[in-house]
Design a protein around this ligand. Structure first.
Ligand code: UDP
Length: 497
């Protein structure tokens, strides 16, 4: 268990941590939450992002400043012209086409110079960079300016250990796509299919993307350590093992979404102007009994095809239970909207089903006592936010680390029920593979019935979920494991040579 080291308060004011998130909501949101937590320890924190990415956080950061936190939000211009990205697009989910993914990564790495220019103006000069692993150019900045760089991976030790061990075993070539294999060297028996692994296990046809990936891998190795949005009690055995096999320094400081304590913080997380809608959702949720409502959200990128979304909708309808379904910006939205409007779906579920077409105040909704289950795409933030809410998860992973996260809640915490997706549909591959069989209305209804209502197994699962939520809350509070890890991270930064 973590032990807190004594903190030299006189040196705290010399610490200046610069946090630089990758430009996508699933990366910016936890980085901003973590930055707020760091500044609450009285060290100076600067978040650097681009103007459009800064907008949703300004109110929240100003509130932290008013409460006395030494935090600031600074902007650098996104190099749209140089990278060949249309003006107005500064974030992965706003790209008009996934063909621009490579340009976007090029644009991210062109930020090195403007960021370094900004560093020169910072007072005190930065003592540490905490950056997303997907901005490898900052490895060069760190070496050039002699500032330690710590990576914020945005995922769990479970996930990082799976990736590391699968790579290290060099066994993957033996398997065909649908073969199940045991991930070597883990505390639990975890079986995966090759077809469910993240994109990093596939070689891209683009030489540029392969080169960027290799640069990311190298820059990870060069980093001083990794900050992880997770907590020790959740990842028993995985953190130590990951440290052992990689030699990396690791600080688990999450769940960082719990930094949003009051109503306004939760309602405005990720959007400044949601408050009226949030009040409406809460009023509606107030009208339902405890643990009775299903919340469905498939992330900020939401790449599920209309065909799959319609199956989810029909499964929800068949479940006959109240629900809040976030359909925002679904992939090929026009087709889904047409179905919603023309099929009479909304009319049929009127009164017991709400559709959110914009950004949902997810953390606020999940914290409501009437929520009984969360149907999630298993992005790491959503998975962790689901764990914090103390309800079972119904899992529908799609790509990246999402199949690992599904395994964690199915096999380790035993608080999740699968919808049955077997094959990753990688980001940008939806047109080719997205309509293939993944889920259907029958599976959706069945999975919902496994977690909602009463019954011995369901009650036990809910009890396990509640215990993990309690542990998560304790971890982040003063004296908890994540709180102490954050103090130790700051102490390490103060003494870095
Ligand atoms: N989120 C939200 N409202 C939405 C969609 C997403 O607040 O309508 C937040 C969610 O709470 C989480 C993040 O966006 O913090 C999504 O991150 P995750 O890792 O779950 O998935 P990604 O979007 O990166 O696939």
């Amino acid at each position: 268990m973590t032990q807190e080291v004594a903190m030299d308060s006189t040196k705290l004011s010399n610490v200046h941590i610069v946090c630089i998130p990758f430009m996508a909501p699933g990366h910016i949101l936890p980085m901003v939450d973590m930055a707020k937590l760091l500044a609450r320890h009285n060290v100076k924190v600067t978040i650097i992002t681009t103007p459009l990415n800064a907008i949703p956080f300004k109110t929240n950061i100003n509130k932290e400043i008013q409460l006395g936190s030494p935090i600031q939000l600074l902007e650098v211009k996104f190099p749209n012209v140089e990278a060949g990205i249309p003006e107005g697009c500064e974030s992965l989910e706003t790209l008009p086409s996934m063909d621009l993914k490579e340009n976007f990564m090029i644009g991210i790495n062109l930020l090195q110079k403007p960021i370094e220019d900004l560093f020169e103006k910072l007072d005190p000069f930065p003592t540490c960079i905490i950056c997303d692993k997907n901005i490898p150019c900052l490895a060069d900045t760190s070496i050039k300016l002699k500032i330690p760089r710590i990576i914020f991976d945005g995922t769990s030790c479970f996930n990082m250990l799976c990736n590391h061990n699968i790579f290290a075993s060099k066994e993957l070539g033996k398997f065909s796509d649908l073969d199940e294999f045991i991930v070597p060297g883990l505390p639990h028996r975890i079986e995966m299919r090759k077809s469910q692994l993240p994109m990093i296990f596939k070689s891209s046809t683009s030489q540029n993307l392969n080169a960027i990936r290799e640069r990311i891998r190298k820059s990870e190795e060069q980093a001083y350590g990794v900050v992880v949005n997770s907590f020790e009690e959740l990842e028993d055995g995985y953190i130590e093992e990951y440290k052992k096999v990689t030699g990396h320094k690791v600080w688990c400081v999450g769940p960082v979404s719990l930094s949003n304590k009051d109503y306004l913080d939760k309602a405005q997380r990720g959007s400044n102007n949601l408050i009226d809608n949030a009040n409406e959702y809460v009023k509606w949720l107030d009208s339902w009994p405890q643990n009775s409502v299903i919340y469905i959200c498939l992330g900020s990128l939401n790449r599920v095809t209309p065909k799959q979304m319609i199956e989810i909708g029909l499964g929800l309808e068949a479940s006959n239970r109240p629900f809040i379904w976030v359909v925002r910006k679904a992939y090929r939205w026009g087709e889904l909207e047409k179905w919603i409007l023309e099929s009479g779906f909304e009319e049929r579920v009127k009164g017991r089903g709400i559709l959110i077409r914009g950004w949902a105040p997810q953390v606020l909704i999940l914290s409501h006592k009437s929520i009984g289950a969360f149907l999630t795409h298993c992005g790491w933030n959503s998975t962790l936010e689901g764990i914090c809410s103390g309800v079972p998860l119904v899992t529908y992973p799609m790509f990246a680390d999402q199949f690992y996260n599904e395994k964690l809640v199915e096999k380790v915490t035993e608080t999740g029920v699968r919808l049955g997706a077997e094959i990753a549909v990688h980001f940008g591959d939806e047109d080719e593979f997205g309509d293939g069989f993944q889920v259907n209305r029958v599976n959706v209804k069945k999975a919902i019935e496994k977690v909602m209502g009463d019954g011995e197994e369901k009650n036990e699962m809910r009890e396990r979920a509640r215990k993990y939520a309690d542990m998560a809350k304790k971890a982040i509070e003063e004296g908890g494991s994540s709180y102490i890890n954050m103090r130790n991270l700051i102490e390490d930064i103060m003494h870095f040579k």
